[in-house]
Design a protein around this ligand. Structure first.
Ligand SMILES: *[C@@H]1O[C@H](CO)[C@@H](O)[C@H](O)[C@H]1NC(C)=O
Ligand SMILES: *[C@@H]1O[C@H](CO)[C@@H](O)[C@H](O)[C@H]1NC(C)=O
Ligand SMILES: *[C@@H]1O[C@H](CO)[C@@H](O)[C@H](O)[C@H]1NC(C)=O
Ligand SMILES: *[C@@H]1O[C@H](CO)[C@@H](O)[C@H](O)[C@H]1NC(C)=O
Ligand SMILES: *[C@@H]1O[C@H](CO)[C@@H](O)[C@H](O)[C@H]1NC(C)=O
Length: 423
């Protein structure tokens, strides 16, 4: 996300990350956030109010797509976030609280049967992307960063590392990101060989598409990603929001007949860019975005609006479900965008309901993606949506996550946010 984004992020962050830098846009820059923005706002690894410090981002890889035969590859990673690189040394900074929590984090996850993978997430929305840009700009800085991440991973017994740089702002920064992944992966392999250990996993949170189609034409270093990264979590949401209140929008539309700002376009762009589908994980939002309709009688996707709706423009799934009941709202599944919305008077909420989630999971299966994740499980209403598409085995992992979420992992001290993956 870009600077404008920041605003948004604060709202969202609940979920996870945040926003950041400026996107330079060559053209008349659409004025608002999204368009100029590099990012969807990422709830996905959202920014939180204050965001970004310490939270458990539990990702369940919920197992199999029904026809998936690679069960032995199933993972159910949980991410701890966020930590940041020091602005001068570029080594990741792990403070005393992180130190205590991380020790518990890995112990708890690895004590599960089967053990879950514990990853450390670096970055997060709302943090200054310039520090990442500086870190990635020279071999010396990258080496300092990489070395510190491996040292931390081994110190705390982690299984992997996750980068959430939101976002590289130019093609040069994207190219540097490619170098970073290349050198990071090589360092992980070298360290694993030298210590006869399991190679640490390397993952990243990325924009919904492989190119920043709304800002300029900078693209992710897909060749390096394909070669060096275990999987990317594509943040497929925040296509529409508070930055444009003139019309309602499906903020995580699978399809958009009028533009390329859609999940189907984004996911396909990753595959077209050369990243194997099995390394692409689809993000699903467990939150809605709201508008105030101009006319209660005109309430479709794209209907005229005059402002933000309930919740200041953003509502967690569980809250919007309660809102729908309390306000006798009418819920509609929109097959064109593959999204769900509800309206009550002039209040309009766009989100993913059970039906759109199911359709999107079928879509992901059709593309043979690696999995999907929810941002964030903690926003679900009684696990209603996060159980979609799960098999018995999937439910086993859901139970596992419920245990983690409500159980041990520093529940009182951590901001727990969970997202699920299917791999
Ligand atoms: C796209 O980016 C390349 C550099 O990666 C640049 O040479 C080219 O001019 C850009 N094209 C447009 C239309 O911005
Ligand atoms: C808001 O979105 C609508 C529909 O996509 C678009 O026509 C309009 O130009 C946008 N307004 C702004 C200010 O970006
Ligand atoms: C969508 O992307 C395709 C392929 O990149 C391009 O040809 C097309 O013009 C784009 N459509 C819009 C509406 O931008
Ligand atoms: C709720 O809305 C439905 C139509 O959507 C209407 O038939 C019903 O009377 C409403 N109930 C209340 C209590 O307002
Ligand atoms: C670590 O776990 C132990 C045992 O579950 C608990 O008593 C302790 O408070 C935890 N420490 C932190 C910092 O959460």
């Amino acid at each position: 996300m870009a600077n404008q984004t920041i605003i948004i992020l604060l709202l969202l962050i609940t979920i996870f990350y945040k926003a950041t830098g400026h996107a330079k846009s060559p053209s008349p820059a659409p004025s608002l956030p999204f368009p100029c923005l590099p990012t969807p706002l990422s709830p996905s690894y959202p920014p939180s109010p204050a965001a970004s410090t310490r939270r458990l981002l539990a990702c369940i890889h919920v197992v199999d797509l029904p026809h998936d035969v690679h069960r032995h590859h199933l993972l159910h990673p949980c991410l701890y976030g966020f930590v940041l690189p020091d602005p001068t040394t570029y080594r990741i900074n792990i403070n005393q609280q992180d130190d205590e929590l991380l020790a518990n984090f890995t112990t708890t996850l690895q004590g599960k049967v089967p053990p879950a993978k514990a990853l450390l997430s670096i970055g997060g929305g709302g943090n200054n992307p310039a520090i990442f840009a500086q870190m990635a700009s020279s071999a010396k800085n990258r080496a300092a960063f990489i070395d510190s991440t491996i040292a931390a991973a081994r110190k705390y017994g982690l299984d992997g590392l996750d980068l959430d740089w939101e976002f590289p702002q130019s093609q040069e920064e994207m190219d540097n990101l490619g170098d970073l992944f290349e050198e990071w992966s090589a360092a992980l392999a070298k360290e694993a060989a030298a210590t006869s250990s399991w190679r640490l996993l390397l993952t990243a949170a990325v924009y919904f598409a492989a190119e920043f189609i709304l800002a300029d034409n900078r693209s992710y270093p897909s060749t390096s990603i394909r070669k060096n990264v275990d999987w990317v979590n594509a943040m497929c949401f925040d296509y529409h929001g508070t930055w444009n209140t003139s019309v309602t929008g499906a903020h995580a539309a699978l399809y958009d007949p009028k533009s390329n700002v859609s999940t189907s376009f984004g996911l396909r762009s990753w595959v077209s860019a050369g990243v194997p589908a099995g390394k692409v994980v689809m993000g699903l939002p467990l939150y809605g975005r709201t508008w105030q309709l101009r006319d209660p009688a005109e309430h479709g996707v794209g209907a005229p609006a005059v402002g933000v709706g309930p919740g200041g423009g953003l509502m967690q799934f569980k809250d919007l479900m309660d809102y729908n009941v309390e306000n006798n709202a009418t819920e509609v599944y929109d097959g064109i965008t593959v999204s769900t919305y509800s309206y009550s008077g002039t209040a309009w909420i766009g989100y993913d309901g059970a039906m759109s989630v199911k359709e999107k999971i079928y879509y992901a299966q059709g593309l043979h993606l690696g999995g999907y994740f929810f941002w964030a499980l903690g926003y679900d209403k009684d696990w209603m949506i996060s159980q979609r598409g799960m098999t018995t085995e999937g439910n086993h992992f859901l139970n596992f996550m419920i245990d983690v979420f409500y159980g041990h992992v520093g529940e009182t001290t951590l901001d727990t946010e969970i997202s699920a993956h299917q791999i």
